[in-house]
Ligand binder design. Structure first.
Ligand code: ATP
Ligand code: MG
Length: 401
């Protein structure tokens, strides 16, 4: 089937008032960035919709496959065109419906006739096209209300446009339309899902990861990088800050009672993240935390962790069930990577009986005997920064650089 263009419906963006154009332009820029590998793609904006076109069949195929990952799109439809001539319309209508699994389905033709001088009236055209398609492709019944297959036909003077499929988009808002946040990314199941949900609300995500070699291996860092590569397909570039955390983690083990090492670890992660957040001009911190999943995720524990900063800490998964999170992880393609069994810096140092109700004042007291600030500054200074997506094929020339 040769598709000529794709009609994109905006969805939630259309409810925006004066910012509307900003949102639409952002969506257009995000589509351009997502498909920068396509040479011939052209985008045309109209008030309520966007049209994307390419003269290459392969590029149209790429668009149809990858558009469902772009936030800010409610749905889209591939559109085919033909000359505004009855025989051409019949042939195209039949061709489009024949690509579907039509046998036994209900069917309707829905003509919009903007070209008023076309010799057939709307109802005549509906009837002509429907009876032709029904005769040529037997096995369908006619149904005016909620048919399984609705062939939409728009008759204009310059050409006639037809579509049949409405493909659901990822909905949400275009990434970048709601500022930038820094996500604490572990190699686990939850934090990549948190990234996805933030991106869905239009937030650009940078990531920070705490890495404690040799207690955590290069493979576990590799996993985190792979997760960044995967989530970058939803939100353009993802920058990853890798913080060398070994010295701090070892110091924590000496500095505070065993049962609160986890709480101090989280508090210092948050402190460091807040410094990087401010340097990178992010407006909020994001974690994959969830109420009640593990010891560090009680309300008391969250309060103790929060106390180190006034920055908003967003926890998009706080109320989700684990199974719901796994469902999303599978859908967005991070699950298989997340479950590869490599140690996380937190699991290595997890105490046998972590305190589930740490008190802020007590935590401050325990931590007051150690000067963490210098170590924190050094860790921030020595961080490695990577940008994703990385090119999938690395040429020999790049290897030499
Ligand atoms: P996840 O599946 O995201 O690892 P989890 O259920 O295993 O979450 P924890 O291990 O307690 O829960 O981690 C809670 C949150 O703390 C994570 O979602 C992540 O935001 C942050 N976090 C944990 N470990 C790290 C790390 N090594 N680097 C960066 N952030 C981390
Ligand atoms: Mg974890």
């Amino acid at each position: 089937m040769k598709w000529h263009e794709i009609l994109v419906r905006y969805g939630e963006i259309t409810t925006k008032g004066r910012n509307r154009n900003q949102f639409i332009n952002r969506l257009r820029d995000n589509i351009k960035a997502t498909f920068k590998d396509l040479d011939d793609m052209k985008i045309r904006l109209e008030r309520d919709r966007m049209y994307i076109r390419s003269s290459s069949d392969e590029e149209m195929e790429q668009l149809i496959q990858r558009l469902p990952d772009v936030f800010g799109i409610q749905s889209f439809s591939p559109v085919a065109e033909c000359p505004t001539d009855l025989d051409a319309m019949k042939a195209l209508g039949k061709e489009i419906v024949s690509t579907l699994d039509y046998a036994g389905k209900s069917f309707k033709v829905n003509v919009k006739r903007s070209f008023k001088r076309f010799p057939l009236e709307t109802y005549e055209l509906n009837r002509e096209l429907a009876s032709y398609v029904l005769t040529e492709l037997p096995g369908m019944t006619v149904e005016m209300k909620n048919p399984d297959i609705e062939l939409r036909v728009e008759v204009r003077e310059e050409a006639t446009y037809m579509m049949v499929d409405i493909i659901p988009g990822a909905a949400g808002l275009p990434v970048g339309s709601n500022g930038k946040a820094l996500l604490l990314l572990s190699g686990g199941i939850d934090s990549p899902v948190a990234a996805y949900l933030m991106m869905k609300r239009g937030v650009t995500v940078e990531a920070i990861h705490f890495f404690s070699p040799p207690f955590t291996s290069d493979q576990s860092l590799g996993k985190v990088k792979e997760l960044c590569q995967i989530i970058s397909k939803f939100g353009g570039k993802v920058k990853l800050h890798v913080i060398p955390f070994t010295e701090i983690q070892q110091t924590i083990q000496q500095a505070v009672p065993k049962n609160v090492t986890m709480t101090t670890t989280r508090r210092l992660m948050m402190k460091i993240s807040d410094i990087v957040r401010s340097e990178t001009k992010c407006k909020a911190l994001v974690t994959g935390e969830n109420l009640g999943q593990v010891a560090s995720q009680t309300l008391d524990s969250l309060a103790a962790i929060n106390a180190v900063t006034n920055t908003p800490i967003l926890r998009p998964l706080i109320t989700y069930d684990k199974l719901e999170i796994i469902d999303i992880a599978q859908k967005i393609g991070t699950y298989e990577t997340s479950i590869v069994p490599f140690e996380d810096c937190c699991t290595v140092f997890t105490p046998a009986n972590p305190k589930t109700k740490p008190r802020v004042e007590k935590m401050e007291y325990y931590e007051s005997f150690t000067d963490f600030d210098e170590m924190i500054a050094k860790a921030v200074r020595n961080r490695e920064i990577h940008t994703f997506p990385k090119k999938e094929v690395v040429s020999d020339f790049d290897d030499l650089l």
